[in-house]
Ligand binder design. Structure first.
Ligand code: NAG
Ligand code: NAG
Ligand code: NAG
Ligand code: NAG
Ligand code: NAG
Length: 338
């Protein structure tokens, strides 16, 4: 009996040891993570990152595949968020040693500063999700980002980035989500960028100019789900972003100096939200809005005239959505003069 108990214990211990071993990651990856920890002064945030424990069990990292004695697991995700005590430049050389890294999330560490590191291009075949939000990152939106061809999701919002948006971002084969909002970017939008991507957020920058600066043919294929250009200095035409057969769901052009005739614009059938306030848009609100499933509409502070169309979802929108226009009238605004 005693012999059996010993056997059970031995088997259980062996199973536990195997499970631990299988949660171990590639030694080079483990060393890279410890180098990241060291670069941040071995901050308490990294308390679970100790050499004695299997690295796939550490907080804020994820490994590929399932545990198996026959494979070496690699770090595919690192997610460091919400720590004001972490400071200094990104430990990019160490990050680049995570050669299978697919997802890098670095959020809300305002003390982490410096420029976007070129080392990230070493991950060009694997890194598909790069999210560097609310850090102290400054300098340009580097041209070399476009070398990371695996990137499908790129957010660099709420940093201190300056300079223009590189046109080469428009050539990235897999990029469908781009958020460069809340930075200090200047210049205009490269037409290449408007040709692709499904989600583009560029709000709260210092972007200027006219969107029709490029080749008109570039814009025939503009197919976005969401585009947010709000709080910039854009001017001129933007109605090419709309159109009956576009898949557009959300458009925010507010707080710019866009100027075009809204009367003849065909709104995309599936449009959910249309924010055009604080521009110089003229003409009339197209009658077709009453047949749409709009959940948000704001055309205030423009130069629109005519009658506010009545019917459909239009009853949801209060006078603040139509206020401060040139000649707009009718419910919810005061009645039109006879
Ligand atoms: C972090 O800890 C490691 C291992 O104890 C040590 O080698 C390294 O020098 C430490 N780094 C810093 C910046 O204290
Ligand atoms: C990172 O690890 C810390 C400490 O264990 C934890 O509080 C936090 O939720 C983790 N964050 C993410 C995004 O995994
Ligand atoms: C990063 O922050 C440190 C500490 O505040 C500062 O000394 C350094 O100049 C900053 N570097 C950059 C590039 O902003
Ligand atoms: C706006 O377009 C409509 C319809 O095409 C046209 O009737 C109107 O004159 C235009 N308004 C201005 C100010 O150009
Ligand atoms: C519409 O936009 C104006 C101007 O930005 C703003 O004051 C108003 O609150 C908005 N209305 C709604 C319902 O969001």
């Amino acid at each position: 009996m005693e012999h059996c108990d010993t056997l059970v214990v031995v088997v259980l211990l062996a199973a536990a040891a195997a499970a631990r071993a299988n949660n171990e990651c590639h030694p080079g990856n483990k060393a890279a993570l410890l180098a990241i920890k060291s670069a941040f002064g071995n901050a308490s945030y990294f308390n679970s990152w100790t050499p004695a424990t299997p690295c796939c069990e550490w907080a804020n990292v994820s490994c590929d595949g399932s545990a198996s004695p026959y494979t070496t697991r690699r770090i595919v995700g690192v997610s460091l968020v919400n720590d004001a005590s972490l400071a200094g430049p990104l430990p990019s050389a160490a990050i680049a040693r995570l050669t299978a890294l697919q997802q890098l999330v670095l959020n809300y560490m305002p003390g982490v500063n410096g420029t976007i590191p070129r080392y990230l291009t070493r991950l060009k075949a694997t890194l598909s999700f790069l999210d560097i939000i609310s850090m102290g990152i400054s300098g340009p939106v580097s041209l070399f980002l476009s070398e990371i061809t695996a990137l499908s999701y790129l957010s660099l919002s709420f940093n201190k980035l300056t300079g223009p948006i590189p046109a080469s971002l428009g050539d990235m084969p897999n990029l469908y989500f781009l958020d460069l909002g809340y930075n200090r970017l200047t210049g205009t939008i490269p037409p290449q960028l408007l040709r692709k991507g499904s989600y583009v957020y560029l709000s709260h920058n210092k972007l200027t100019g006219s969107l029709t600066g490029g080749v008109p043919a570039e814009f025939a294929a503009v197919n976005f789900w969401t585009i947010d250009l709000s709080y910039n200095g854009f001017q001129g035409e933007a109605s090419f972003l709309l159109g009956a057969n576009k898949p557009l769901l959300n458009l925010d052009l507010s707080h710019n100096a866009f100027s075009f005739n809204l009367s003849a614009v065909q709104l995309p059938e599936g449009l959910n939200s249309l924010e055009l306030s604080h521009n110089e848009i003229y003409g009339e609100i197209p009658e077709m809005v009453v047949d749409m499933m709009l959940n948000y509409l704001n055309v205030s502070y423009n130069r629109l005239g005519g009658v506010v169309p009545a019917g459909g979802n239009m009853a949801w929108f209060d006078q603040s959505c139509f206020q401060h226009n040139k000649g707009l009238c009718g419910s919810p605004l005061p009645p039109c003069k006879q």
